[in-house]
Each structure stands twice: as structure tokens, then as C-alpha cells.
Design a protein. Sequence first.
Lengths: 421, 160
Amino acid sequence: MEKLLLRNVDKENSHTIEAYLRSGGYSALRKVLKEMTPEDVIEEVKRSGLRGRGGAGFPTGMKWEFAAADLKEPKYMVCNADEGEPCTFKDRIIIEKDPHSMIEGMIIGAYATGCRYGYIYIRGEYPIGRKILERAIAESYDKGFLGENILGTDFSFDLYVHSGAGAYICGEETALINSLEGRRGEPRIKPPFPVNAGYLWNPTVVNNVETLANVPLIIERGGEWYASIGSPDCPGPKLFPVSGKVKRPGVYELPMGTPLSEIIYEHAGGIINDRKLKLVFPGGASSSCLTADEIDVPMDFPSLAKAGTMLGSGAIMVLDETDCVVRAALRLIEFFRHESCGKCTPCREGTDWLVRIMRRIENGQAGEEDLDVILSISETMENSFCGLGMAAHNPVASTVKKFRDEYLEHIRLGRCPFRSS
Amino acid sequence: MTLEEFRKEIEKLKSSRKYLYNGSYILPALWIAEKNFSAITPEIMRTIADVLGVRLIEVEEAAEFYAMFHTKPKGKYIIRVCTNLSCMLRGGEEILEKFCDLLGISPGETTEDGLFTIEAFECMGLCDGAPAVTVNEERFLNVTPEEVPKILKKFGWKGK
Ligand SMILES: Cc1cc2nc3c(=O)[nH]c(=O)nc-3n(C[C@H](O)[C@H](O)[C@H](O)COP(=O)(O)O)c2cc1C
Ligand code: SF4
Ligand code: FES
């Protein structure tokens, strides 16, 4: 397939505005400002069928329509560059190698929704990305794509970078907004949604980096063209970061709906040392696992939901036959315990108890009844306040269900069968 | 940086008019502190609260909540070793152990000479180069245990 999102990343100095302009960059913004009304832009994005790439898959055109309909001023456009989901590194490629594509997408989004100010919320762990973005923003101001009266029109938009400081929960959009206000990153109740009451309780559009990088393409080539790529009900190109036990870890751009098995075996080169694949987390650290028999599934939002898991960030994590399922699930739930903000009980207590039980199992000090306790905690965690707690138990619960024998072996042997001693 | 210089920096930050709300300057101000001091002390937090005109507790809350802010003294170089899943599958824990062995400290601790702090860290988005390590803002990818002494020496480690 023709490279779309990654069309620029291999070019020399692809992060500079000169390189971006040479490859036709900012022509979508010119087109928008010269020929299109904000309503036209929203219609085009709706026609494209673009769904958010941050994890929830919400239709972008609809989000923009809601924000545009809210008359409270000023409105804010926020780019979610927190990319905290373990083993997700797709936005990093755009931030570092093609920052102007997301900035252009953001300016277009601001025009469509009537946002006056914009912030890119980047995770503290991406200091290199932050510098690249700051430089790119300065370049964009220089050329008149940002600031007052952009390209001689009466549209004005100011853009800044805001750096997080190491908290996964700040990727959740309402926690992100709290963090932007200088508070602890704790989620707010929804509704009201950010499009009506976000930053400083004003209308705020929050979009993921990859989502925004799609926007110039849609404007240049049309929503209809975009809708013809990949899965019909969830179209477009998608970035898949693949890591773990594959021969060629990396970010692969493929049409939405590409089978998981094709991504692992053709694009990522198959499993290290040609071992057997044991399991895959197909959509980041909070997705339920798939076994080797289940990987023919198309990688898009509806197909993975039907398979009992989720696309999430699209991060594919591959384990082979020599890896311990219990240890992997334990490591992920340790992450969530560390990142739980503590605001609500099911998540704060649930992640803690799951870690304790999983450690007992890994160390061979558990009983079979512990597996039922895990599943009951997991059920309770469904009632958590935000998406973190609602999904954090998935890797543990799904492996208990699908790899029960391996759990039982730990219990029977009184140790981890994958450790030599 | 002296406290007086720091105060000037925060005043400069505030006059950038980047935000329409003073609370939003708290994180950027804490970042300036994090980069220029060994620890974000109560005095520093008071300075931030004072200049921004926010309550001290708001600054304290933020400083405590975010993992990358150090309210206890840290070393000149912070070594972050990722131990999350993709790095774990490719030997991240051995890398962490090697660093700890060589420096004679445990994760979260700082060497006596104040040169290094070592942290067992969560995913840093460098999983295609697992196992991944960062030292301040520099990245090291596909790290092997043999490379660990070389990395340390680059930052002035005197051991062997
Ligand atoms: C715990 C949690 C973490 C999240 N982390 C991120 C993240 O790192 N990046 C991101 O874009 N969205 C993240 N999201 C999703 C955001 O809340 C939000 O849906 C998204 O940024 C909206 O943008 P989109 O519509 O373009 O996808 C997270 C959600 C939850 C519940
Ligand atoms: S689910 Fe977890 S992260 Fe979300 S509000 Fe509750 S405690 Fe905080
Ligand atoms: S798991 Fe180590 S950098 Fe992502």
C-alpha cells in the first residue's frame, strides 16, 4: 500500500518545515482557508469516516460538530500526545519525524471548530519530541500558518506545547485537562464532555496525534477517497506498533482491518528464532489477549470488539512459547497499580489485590481458588470511574480464562515453570 | 541556579501569556525546578506559589503526583531502565540488575557521589528498541548487559 501517514518519515530532515513544504505540506490548510467554510471541513471529515486513533475510536467529524455547535468562547484545541499505553510508540514517529502533519491537522481542526488556542500535551518521557514540536511550531509561526490572521484571513490560532511529567492517567482526556490546569491528573465525571466543558470548563476538542495527522490527507484527497481505504465501517490507514518477540519490531502503516496474523508474520517478520507464537495483546496493555488460534482477526475497532478484545492504541505485543503468561500479566497489572490515580475504589483496591494475588501465583504460593478471586475482582473493576480501571484487569482476566492450565501449573508445581531454579 | 534566579525564571514564564489561567503554569514551573535543582524543595514550591499567585498546596499536590518530579535529592544523571512488558521480554530486568550491581545501589537510590540515580521505569515508548534505557535525555536502545559499563563511563563513572 502507498504510504500515507508515513509518507514523509524517511525523507531527509523530515521534521523541518522546508521538507514538509517540499512534499506539498500546508496545501490542505491553504485550501481550507481559501475555499472551505468550517462546515465544509466538518462535512469532509464526516464523509471520510475517520475515527479517533487514541483508543476509543470516536468519530472525529462528529466530535468536531459538537464542539462547533457550542458557542462558548474561547474554545481550545488539544492534541493528546501523551502516548502512555505500554508498548505504544506510534505517535512518537509522527511527533519526531513529521510534526508538521499533526500541526497542520490541528490548525485545520481549530478552524473547523472555532478554537482560538491550542495545546499539545506531550508526555514528559518524550523530551526529544517536545523540542522538535517547539521548533516546528516556531517555524509554522514564521511562515504565517499560526498566530493572528493566518494567511491573511480573519482566523487566528495560537499553539503551545505543554509537557506532562510521568503519569499514564493523563492520557485520559479529562485527566489530561486537569493536568493542563496544573492539577493532579484525576479524571472528571462525564458528561459534560470536554467538547462542552473542558479546559477551564470551556469547549475543548481533544484529539490524538495520529488522528490529526490524517486530517491534511482527507482535505487534500477528499473524504470519499479516504473512506475507500481499509474496513468500510472504520476506514483509513492505521499505524500499528509491534513489539515483543517478533523479528522486526517497529511501526507498520497498513489499512484498517489488516489481519493480525499478516502484521505479525509478514510485516514484522514472524517470531524470533521461528518459535511458536503463544499469545498476543492486540491493542495495548489493557486489551484482552488472543491465542495463536485467534490471530486471523482483522485489526479494526468492530472486529476486535467482536473477538472479545479491543483495538485500543493498536499496539501489538507478541509473546512466544518460552514466555510465561503469568509473569507477563503480572507485569502489566503492576503497571496499572502504579498508574491508578486512586480516585475510585474498584480500581485503586482492585489493581492492588490483583498484583498481590498474581505475585503469589508467580511465586507458587497460591491456590486454585485464587483464580476465581481474580475473576470476581475483575468483574468489580468493570465499575471503575474511568477507562483505566475498566480495562486494567483485562490482561489478567483474559489470560486466566485462556491459559488456565499454565496458571494451574504454577499452583501445582509451587513455582514458575519457566524459571530454571 | 539560585532561588532568586529561579524566581526570575518563573516570572518570565508567567509573562509569556501562554495560558489564561495561572494554575496552568504550575507544571511548566515545576519542570524548570526539576531541571535546575537536585530536588524540588519546599522553598522552591513556595516560590512558585508566590509568583503564580496560587495556593502552596496546589503546587505541592502536583509535585507529589507526577512521577518525573523529584522532591528528594536526585543524582546529576537519572538512569531510567524500562522494565515494562516489551523490554521485560527482551531482558530489561537483567539490564536493571547490571546497573544496580555496578553502582552498588537499588532502584530509586542515588550513588553517594551524587552522580547517578537509577529508576526502574515504565514504558518510555521505545519498545522497538527493547530493552531501552535513557540517561537524562539521551536514549540507549537494544541494550545488552555488556554495554552497561560503557554507558556509565560515558557519564563519568569511575568504576570498571
Ligand atoms: C486510561 C486512559 C489512557 C488514555 N491514554 C491516551 C493516550 O495516551 N493518548 C491518546 O491519544 N488517547 C488516550 N486515551 C483516550 C483519550 O481519553 C481520548 O479518547 C482521545 O485522546 C481522544 O482522541 P481521538 O478521538 O482522536 O482518539 C486514554 C484513555 C484512557 C481511559
Ligand atoms: S479507574 Fe483508576 S485511574 Fe480511573 S479514576 Fe478510578 S482510580 Fe483513577
Ligand atoms: S516496554 Fe520498554 S520502552 Fe516500551
